[in-house]
Design a protein around this ligand. Sequence first.
Ligand code: CBF
Length: 837
Amino acid sequence: EKAKWPKETVELWERLSKKEANDVETVQKSIVHHVTTTLARAAYNMDNFSAYQAVALSTRDRLISRWNETQGQLSKADPKRVYYLSLEFLLGRSMDNALLNMGLKGTYGKGVEQLGFNMEDVIESEVDAALGNGGLGRLAACYMDSLATLDYPAWGYGLRYNYGIFQQRIVDGYQTEYPDYWLNFDNPWELPRLDISIQISFGGHVQSIQDEYGVTRHNWIPAQSVQAIAYDVPIPGYDTENCNNIRLWRSKPTKTFDLTSFNEGNYEKSVEDATNAEKITSVLYPNDNTMAGKELRLKQQYFWTAASLHDIVRRFKKSRREWSDFPDQVAIQLNDTHPTLAIVELQRLLVDEEMLSWDDAWEIVTKTFAFTNHTVLPEAMEKWSVPMFEYLLPRHLQIIFDINLFFLQKVEKKFPNDRGLLNRMSIIEEAQPQQIRMAHLAVVGSHKVNGVAALHSNLIKTTIFKDFVDYYGEDKFVNKTNGITPRRWLHQANPKLSKLISDTLGSDKWLKDLSLLKKLTTKIDNAEFRKSWMAIKRHNKVRLAELIKIRCNVEVSPDALFDVQVKRIHEYKRQFMNILAVIHRYRTIKSMTASQKASVQPRVVIFGGKAAPGYYIAKLVIKLINSVAAVVNQDPAVGDLLKVVFIPDYNVSVAEVIVPASDISQHISTAGTEASGTSNMKFVLNGGLIIGTMDGANIEILEEIGEENIFIFGCLAHEVEDLRHAQRYRGVPMDPALQGVISAIEKGVFEDPKIFQPLISTLTVGKDFYLISADFASYIAANQAVDTAYKNQEEWSKKSIRCTANMGKFSSDRSVKEYADDIWGIKSYPIVDEGHM
Ligand code: CBF
């Protein structure tokens, strides 16, 4: 393109688009420039928030130049790319991360301090981008960090929700929800691409006509359409020039749509239609591991997958390759079943619009897509009612029925005369009304299906996808154990520990090769090193104690053992069991003599997490935690031996304070229910020990760090069904210690017992689905083992170091590399710094 321009013009552009230098003064100039021009503020009349805005805008300038360079070089080279389709990207704050990844934190820190601001306060002024519920969304964010760091050509595609996950406040002990106005001030971390607008249609009907060759062609005549507008979020890699992209779509009314009603003189209707169009991307559904069968959610899923595919296909078409090359240029990863409609949309585009034969199109589709399953919980399995689906996407429904027909014909051929099997494997569930099983569609339309931890990947093969394994064979079903980015979860969240590790290992190379942490084991017997290690933990505990004072108005001692359970509130995660054990501890302490109390290990039990707004039992668990806290924290007979706090509005930036400060954290799901868990990895990487069941990634953590460094209890996944059966039909009595705890609640020790009755009845013999009673005794014993171990601080510090040292496997760099090699077939494409802005 340059060739079109006169030489002098090209030279002028080249000269003027040179990158800015990275020294303190240049950085300060750009900050001041943004203060005075972009923000139009007077230099001496600024608060931390406006300082943050200016620093963010200056950081963004640098991000954008990397982003331009990366996207320019990738467009030219056109390597195979992966597209990660995720309805959630839980990014948290961006500024600190961007500065650290670009290697500019020190320069900006100095520049900002000299300008009269404290960098930590400036960083704290940023609101979280909370476009996710929990593990699944945070995993997507970690994977984007690793993809960028490893120079993989990758784009994320998601939705730009106006409101992220709700804000949680605790009122009278109960969770109350408030909207998250995260876009109230401009968001500096996105680039609106108002020129990239795609029309997305819904509803209407299908016309079927025979073409000149006698082939039936289907023409979808939609009833309405909206626009998808792109917003790009640059994702810089660590210690590389590469800067990838997450494209988030926002819905807007189409002009024609707007004008039709307006021209008909129906102003109110045109405004209403516009609002309906904008509604599509207004809220993130606040459900984690549960399915919301709402029409608007289906609209979101189609809007997002259709816009993303349109974009991907447009990019592919630029290269003028054959359609059969599509899977060599494009890999699409489905993060859970949420984007499964992309399979149907691609088949529709290829058959209806590009006129490929059904079989040619289907071959391209199935070579392109791969699917990650994140749960085996039945309540989380996505299903859409056929009538609702037909109303919104009539042509897509026909395609799904055809995919199903051709698939079942093949199954029938391989396993003749097994109607039960066909029923079980069908994409359509024969209920009233019929339901579309999205997980089945995702399996049928993908070339690989993966679980997210070894146990989970085995479980999906023997439970929900068993028939599919029999049909396709084992090779299609693989494991990709989750990972976390050490850049955010150690380097950024725990700067002191990061520095100690780099100083000890002689470099910070471990940040890109986490297996290097192993060398820390040579320092375990070094008392000086252990002292520094534990001093950092204490420093982090002091910081958390301050946060607890501010948010919960409770004083806690940093010398006590900090015991943490922070995650979404869910029955399967068993926060209920934790608080019941806390009550048991409270009662035990109350029954002790003064001399017995002297040997009790003081403990601060810290909870945090949101419950889905409609999840009544989970919300009652929060209420119980707060009622117990109110009694325990005021009881002089207990004093500092036990404190209980519920930190409201748990999110990524709060996690960055909590994780480095934990001594022990709880990962105590009923065996076989937590697919992986990733907070377990974050805690252990930061030298926190864990107490947990043999579930999800706990098992692999145990394998890496050794069983003497982890507190394991409870039944095993393969025992669960027998235990449930024994409870139901043999009336196994409730655990006696648990019985005592329940009686205390029923006697009204913690507020009016009527409040908690629905919760307690989930423990009735025969109904205790999550096996709290069966696991209670071993849980109490494991907690006692924690107390005993913690008293020996020297041994504890050795365990803590051993934990961190052996966490190399759980870097998301390892996970992403496995996906790239085994599933996507993509290669790194390092970006060259050509010095352009
Ligand atoms: O794989 C990431 C995480 O996903 C979930 O949060 C999910 O939403 N299904 C699982 O519950 C976690 O176990 C898992 O770590």
